[in-house]
Structures are given as structure tokens and as C-alpha cells.
Design a protein around this ligand. Structure first.
Ligand code: GMH
Ligand code: CA
Length: 160
């Protein structure tokens, strides 16, 4: 109890110096992994990483694979995130499914956690629930969205 002595001050100085070194190493490692995450087809937007393996499958398959990897199907919440997804679609020349559906209530599009979407980028005339069987959302190379049958095969893009 009482005043902090010189011994304690020196101990704390050593700890701060050690932490500074560890932080520097961590920052260097993080910078390297950011580069890895974007090569060749990944995109970083804020704290999110969007990336594809190039795999194509139906909605349930893609959803499962992103979840298995510890992420989820790409779920853009603003135009910057949507542009990152569009870039990957252009690179792979294949439309991608988003982590957005109106499976629960026809006409109400939600993220996989049930939250109503806060951003959309529908193509003119969409969503049209064509043949009354379009509950999933594909992104075209324009970045525009179309509701589409969940059984169609699309490019996987996960977010982490
Ligand atoms: C219909 C028409 C097209 C539209 C498609 C698409 C299917 O065939 O309205 O113009 O592109 O539906 O919405 O998902
Ligand atoms: Ca449609």
C-alpha cells in the first residue's frame, strides 16, 4: 500500500517497452495479412473482408460453406461494400448470391440474422419474384441486384 516505488516504476517501464515491441510486430503481421486477404480476388472494406474461393453452388450450399469457414455470405450494408462485391463478380465473370433473402416473408428482404436490410441496389423492375419462386438475391457485374431462385448456382463470396 502507499506510494509506487522506483522498483515498480522500472518494472512498468520494462513492460511498456515489451508491449511496444509486441504491438509493432502485430501491426507488421496485420499489414501482411491484409495484403494476403486481397490477393487476388479479396476486398477489404472497413473491418470486413470479402473473398471468394471461386466455388459455385446453390444458396444453401454457399451459405453453409461461408458459415463453415467462420464467416457468412456477403451481406452488403452500404454502397462501398456492394462495390467490393461487384468487383469480385466482375473478376470472376459470375453473378454471386448475397446473404439476403425474403424466405421468411415474401417481399421483405432480410439478412441471415433476420434483420431487415438497411441497404439495397435493385435493378429496375426488381425484385419481381418471377414465377413466384425467387427468394434469393444475385449481384450482377453492374453491381445491381436481382431476386433469383435459391436453387440456381452462383459464385460464393463470403465476408469475414
Ligand atoms: C422476367 C423478366 C425479366 C427479368 C427476369 C428476372 C428473373 O423474366 O421480368 O426482365 O430480368 O424476370 O427478374 O429473376
Ligand atoms: Ca427477379
Amino acid at each position: 500500500r502507499g506510494a509506487i516505488g522506483q522498483t515498480e516504476v522500472n518494472l512498468m517501464k520494462n513492460q511498456v517497452t515489451a508491449l511496444e515491441g509486441q504491438l509493432k510486430a502485430l501491426q507488421a503481421s496485420f499489414t501482411k495479412y491484409q495484403k494476403v486477404a486481397t490477393f487476388p480476388g479479396g476486398r477489404i472494406v472497413g473491418n470486413k473482408v470479402f473473398i471468394t474461393s471461386g466455388y459455385e453452388g446453390n444458396f444453401d450450399d454457399l451459405k453453409q460453406r461461408c458459415q463453415q469457414a467462420g464467416g457468412q455470405l456477403a451481406s452488403p450494408r452500404n454502397s462501398a461494400e456492394n462495390t467490393a462485391i461487384k468487383d469480385i463478380v466482375v473478376l470472376y465473370q459470375k453473378s454471386a448470391f448475397l446473404g439476403i433473402t425474403d424466405i421468411q416473408t415474401e417481399g421483405t428482404f432480410r439478412y441471415l440474422n433476420g434483420e431487415t436490410i438497411v441497404y439495397s441496389n435493385w435493378q429496375a423492375g426488381e425484385p419481381n419474384n418471377d414465377h413466384n419462386q425467387e427468394d434469393c438475391v444475385e449481384v450482377y457485374s453492374s453491381g445491381k441486384w436481382n431476386d433469383k431462385s435459391c436453387g440456381e448456382k452462383q459464385l460464393i463470396i463470403c465476408e469475414f
